[in-house]
Design a protein around this ligand. Structure first.
Ligand SMILES: Cc1ncc(COP(=O)(O)O)c(C=O)c1O
Length: 361
């Protein structure tokens, strides 16, 4: 059965139809075990094989070398805002943060609980509608790492692969909303984390890719469930892991591979985003004031002339089967999330609706 609507939610987000269909066929009998994957022990061979295969798929798709470890953690991307400083702070308890929106604000707040977050570049004065100039950035001599978010889900901006700053400090990236959408060079990062529920599956599992030398920083006096070194030594199975979320992640990764890998995802994502931004730029009703080079491929935000009309537009869209277009409550407006699993038809359908709405005003 195909979905009858298009889902523009920022997360949990659209899944590939093929993945949903596959899950349905396997639901009652996983790998011939006569029961569902949700019911099997995480200590069982099929479950351990599932985790190993999922890690191998991620390594292949992202080009993750043996210098890095892959962890499957819980608590969402948001728990990583705390886990990163708690694990990576050294004696100075200090890190540099690039502040690009709501999600970095929350990350900065968590780091400040454990030590000091120094804001070395900020888009706040520009209302976060552009990425600050990172070439001018002065990093602290004594910082333990530098932190950024590659895709600002709420503000609709991104730090694209060519804009990643080169720094001697370990670079930590929140890639929750654009992992696997474009080819980032993992070697440029010390740590990457991403919640799965946007581009990789469902809520419940958060992927952490960490350079092996950084594992040695994890202190013993933090909660075990947050401890990267311990999680790594237990193959991400310190407690009962979110097996079903990892299973869905596995299916999504296979789908990405079957559809040409991250390189092909990037081709499709650029095409989809260009179509929508071009339409917006040529329209007199819809507005997006983010600089071209800083625009997100995943979350396209735009405004109508006032908040009341934004609401009317989103409501009308829902009546036409275009769901969850309302912008985040912090910024208002309209947000169309067009992750990997959103087909180009989903963008075309939105543009057709935008034309129809404008004509009917
Ligand atoms: C960029 C970014 N970071 C972090 C989060 C928080 O994710 P979670 O709900 O998994 O904690 C989100 C969620 O929308 C996000 O978009």
């Amino acid at each position: 059965m195909q979905n009858k609507v298009y889902n523009y939610s920022a997360g949990p987000a659209v899944l590939p139809q093929e993945v949903l269909a596959k899950i349905q066929t396997e639901l009652f009998n996983y790998e011939g075990m006569g029961m569902s994957v949700m019911e099997i022990s995480h200590r069982s061979k099929p479950c351990i094989a599932l985790f190993d295969e999922t890690e191998a798929l991620l390594r292949k798709l992202m080009g993750i070398s043996e210098q890095y470890s892959v962890l499957f953690m819980q608590g969402g991307a948001r728990l990583q805002f705390a886990a990163v400083p708690l694990n990576l702070f050294g004696q100075n308890r200090k890190a540099d943060y690039i502040h690009t929106g709501s999600w970095t604000k929350y990350a900065i707040a968590e780091a400040n609980k454990a030590g000091q977050a120094v804001i070395v570049a900020s888009g706040e004065e520009d209302g976060f509608c552009k990425i600050p100039d990172l070439s001018e950035m002065k990093v602290s001599d004594d910082a333990d790492y530098i932190y950024l978010c590659t895709n600002n889900t709420i503000e609709g901006t991104a730090i694209r692969p060519t804009q990643i700053p080169v720094t001697p400090l370990p670079l930590v990236a929140d890639m929750s909303s654009n992992i696997l959408s474009e080819e980032y060079d993992v070697e440029q990062f010390g740590l990457i984390f991403a919640g799965a529920q946007k581009n990789m599956g469902i809520a419940g599992v958060t992927v952490v890719v960490i350079r092996n030398d950084l594992l040695e920083r994890s202190p013993k006096n933090i909660a075990d469930m947050l401890n990267y070194k311990l999680m790594h030594s237990k193959q991400s199975m310190l407690n009962t892991p979110p097996v079903f979320a990892v299973y869905v992640l596995n299916k999504v990764l296979k789908w990405v591979e079957e559809n040409g890998g991250v390189a092909q995802m990037a081709v499709r994502n650029k095409e989809k985003a260009a179509l929508l931004y071009d339409f917006i730029d040529n329209s007199s009703l819809y507005q997006n004031n983010i600089e071209d080079s800083d625009r997100s491929l995943m979350n396209v935000i735009f405004n109508l002339p006032d908040a009341e009309e934004d609401t009317r537009f989103a409501k009308e869209a829902e009546k036409n089967g275009l769901m969850f277009l309302k912008g985040h409550r912090d910024v208002g407006g309209i947000r169309a999330s067009i992750y990997n699993a959103a087909p180009i038809e989903q963008v075309q359908a939105l543009i057709e609706f935008m034309k129809k709405y404008e004509a009917g005003r």
